[in-house]
Design a protein around this ligand. Structure first.
Ligand SMILES: NC(=O)c1ccc[n+]([C@@H]2O[C@H](COP(=O)([O-])OP(=O)(O)OC[C@H]3O[C@@H](n4cnc5c(N)ncnc54)[C@H](OP(=O)(O)O)[C@@H]3O)[C@@H](O)[C@H]2O)c1
Length: 257
């Protein structure tokens, strides 16, 4: 039986841990959550970049850790809880986009993408889920993408990793509900960050990282299972994903760069 129905977490429930917070969306989210009164633990591989974010608000604390290293994620979680207390909310945001240039098939692009985006998320969940279940409360937020809704050009590796996060997160939301631990899936559209600054193709409805952070905070504050923005772009992609699959592939394939 459920101890409690999974709730939205608040600053007095514990701290928030954000992975991949040395730049882009994660860094903006750290600042936004600190302003809302959260104690914020940020992690990524680059110590200097993390320290620069931490210097911007006294509630932000830096912890170095590579999500592809499961033992390192265990150590990061132990260090956060020792310094800041229980992790109430874990925003698993670390991710990379490596375009696939088919028909030249490079399996290493898939390996590297899945290692960070999928296995890295699992590595980060591994130490924190048992702690949340034991406490009977907490929330995991998996940063997926609208690219996970259906196939997109150059996105065979990235899109597959993000689609896997939706499936994984939905299953975990069902399996963890009775323990009082909630799961949110976050699906941003295009957000201006170092990751997208290198793109040469049009990025419709692109928003700033600060705006993305505000939408994430608003959705998490309501304990939403699915948080996606900007609304028009997300709705459009979900609508075309309801087409028969052959029609979807032909239609979206026309946008191939
Ligand atoms: N920007 C968009 O349009 C967009 C749209 C949809 C979804 N997303 C998702 O949003 C998330 C953040 O992306 P972003 O656009 O903000 O990109 P970003 O600025 O490149 O940030 C990526 C973050 O992930 C960290 N990271 C990468 N590999 C890591 C590893 N092995 N271990 C630990 N941290 C690692 C990076 O830090 P270090 O290099 O210091 O490790 C960095 O802090 C990603 O999951 C991305 O897929 C982005």
């Amino acid at each position: 039986m459920a101890k409690t129905r999974p709730q939205a977490m608040k600053p007095n429930d514990g701290c928030v841990w954000i992975t991949g917070a040395s730049s882009g969306i994660g860094a903006a989210l750290a600042l936004e959550m600190a302003k809302q009164g959260w104690q914020v633990a940020i992690s990524a591989r680059r110590q200097t970049a993390l320290d620069e974010i931490a210097q911007q608000h006294p509630h932000i604390h830096a912890f170095v850790g590579d999500v592809t290293d499961r033992a390192a994620m265990h150590n990061v979680v132990m260090a956060i809880e020792a310094e800041l207390g229980p992790i109430a909310l874990a925003v698993l945001n670390a991710g990379i986009y490596l375009p696939t240039a088919l028909p030249e098939f490079d399996a290493t692009i898939f390996d590297r993408t899945f290692e960070v985006n999928l296995t890295g998320t699992i590595n980060a969940m591994s130490p924190v889920v048992p702690l949340m279940v034991e406490r009977g409360k907490g929330r995991l937020a998996l940063v997926s993408s609208v690219a996970g809704y259906g196939g997109l050009p150059t996105s065979a590796a990235y899109g597959a990793s993000k689609a896997a996060l939706f499936n994984l997160g939905e299953s975990m939301a069902m399996d963890l509900a009775a323990s009082g631990v909630g799961v949110s899936m976050i699906a941003p559209g295009f957000v201006k960050t170092p990751a997208t600054d290198v793109n040469s193709f049009p990025m419709p409805f692109i928003i700033s990282a600060e705006e993305a952070a505000k939408r994430m905070v608003a959705g998490l504050a309501k304990g939403k299972t699915h948080i996606s923005f900007p609304k028009r772009f997300s709705f459009f992609l979900r609508a075309i994903n309801m087409l028969p699959r052959g029609a979807y592939v032909r239609l979206v394939g026309l946008t191939k760069r």
